[in-house]
Design a protein around this ligand. Structure first.
Ligand SMILES: [Zn+2]
Length: 116
């Protein structure tokens, strides 16, 4: 499962952030995950919950994920639009395929609450 390696990478980063902040415990973690990242958010939460007991600093952390919609902006007419179509998207107004990705590739830790 792809999400296990992503969870492990995030746990590495979380552990580092906790040390930098002299935290004893991480209590809440908020992630932002874009639709285009290819991450299945339920699987990521499952993987995270399965792994966290091995990391005392994270053992009681609650994880929440904010899914970021896939948004493109048309280079031709400037229309910005949201879509669920991960491939071959065209502008709903002028049907151009010349699109700029506005959001949807996010994959990062947005917020962290700790106990010191
Ligand atoms: Zn357009």
């Amino acid at each position: 499962m792809h999400e296990v390696s992503i969870a492990l990478g995030m746990i590495d980063e979380l552990t580092r952030l906790a040390r930098e902040n002299n935290a004893k415990k991480i209590t809440n973690v908020k992630l932002r995950i874009g639709k285009l990242s290819g991450i299945v958010t339920d699987s990521l939460i499952f993987a995270f919950d399965a792994i966290k007991p091995e990391f005392p600093i994270l053992a009681s952390a609650l994880i929440s994920i904010e899914e970021v919609p896939l948004v493109y902006e048309c280079r031709k007419c400037g229309k910005a639009f949201e879509t669920d179509n991960l491939s071959f998207t065209s502008c709903p107004v002028c049907e151009s395929y010349s699109l700029k990705l506005v959001s949807g590739e996010e994959q990062y830790i947005e917020n962290l609450e700790v106990e010191t």
